[in-house]
Design a protein around this ligand. Structure first.
Ligand code: GLN
Length: 267
């Protein structure tokens, strides 16, 4: 009996030591659904995302898949942790980190000065570009048309994204048009196809998917802004350094590029 107890204790200690060494123990370990943790001996990290952003994150049946989901899994494997993906609206992601409800966020999220005031970012793992989607017969021919003197366009964006931040600053604040904010990128696209708005400013990769899925839309050739995507974490999170180490290894051995190439075919 005694021996049995000792074995259990030793095993438990080894398991928790492994988890500690591996870098789990994020803010939400205790809150997270413990089933996986108990079954496999691995701890759980909760990842916040907004699964309406193909090919970075989207639903395939009940499951969230995509570049970010695959990279998160690869990082989880390196750290010896299970990754549990929580889907939410994009504007809820940063609040979920600051409230300690998620350990990290991957959502094709751009590093911005403003966001750095409330969260930390990992090293960048991909680049993105803001583009403009218009109807095929639109009078808007280039991005500069949006900023031309006397311009008065209605621009659709996903709320709190960088598309929202840039157009608010460059268009709305300068009285060059109106910005309509939608919870989901797909809702902005629907407003464009029904003629409620004149264009949508959104990241290029989801833009390509939306244009492919909707007749009569095109992406302007001139691009708006280039950006860096990174993983967001609560300020001061101990996980940031561990994630960066894992990311650098996954970049160096080609895993990240392999994942990106699976979802984005060379143009
Ligand atoms: N890259 C943009 C941003 O960070 C959009 C991200 C998204 O909609 N998932 O704001």
């Amino acid at each position: 009996m005694k021996k049995y107890l000792k074995t259990i204790l030793a095993t438990t200690m080894i398991l928790s030591m492994t988890a500690a060494l591996a870098g789990c123990g994020g803010t939400t370990d205790e809150q997270a659904d413990g089933a996986d943790a108990t079954d496999s001996g691995a701890e759980t990290l909760v990842m916040a995302t907004s699964a309406d952003f193909p090919p970075y994150e989207f639903f395939e049946g009940q499951e969230v898949v995509g570049i970010d989901a695959d990279i998160a899994k690869a990082i989880g494997t390196k750290l010896g942790c299970e990754v549990k993906i929580e889907d939410m609206n994009f504007d809820a992601i940063i609040p979920s980190l600051t409230a300690g409800k998620a350990d990290f966020a991957m959502a094709g999220m751009t590093v911005t000065k403003d966001r750095l005031k409330s969260v930390d970012f990992s090293d960048s793992y991909a680049t993105g570009v803001q583009v403009v989607i218009v109807k095929e017969d639109s009078t808007i021919k280039s991005v500069d048309d949006l900023f031309a003197e006397g311009a008065q366009h209605t621009v659709g964006v996903q709320t709190t994204t960088t598309g929202d931040l840039y157009t608010t600053k460059d268009i709305e604040k300068k009285n060059l048009g109106t910005v309509e904010r939608y919870t989901k990128g797909a809702d902005a696209i629907a407003a464009l196809t029904t003629g409620k708005i004149d264009c949508v400013v959104i990241d290029k990769q989801p833009a390509l998917k939306f244009v492919e899925a909707n007749e009569g839309l095109k992406i302007l050739e001139t691009e708006y802004v280039a950006e860096d995507y990174a993983i967001a974490l609560a300020k001061g999170s101990e996980l940031t350094e561990k994630i960066n180490t894992a990311l650098q290894e996954l970049i160096a051995d080609g895993t990240i590029q392999g994942i990106i190439d699976t979802y984005i075919k060379a143009e």
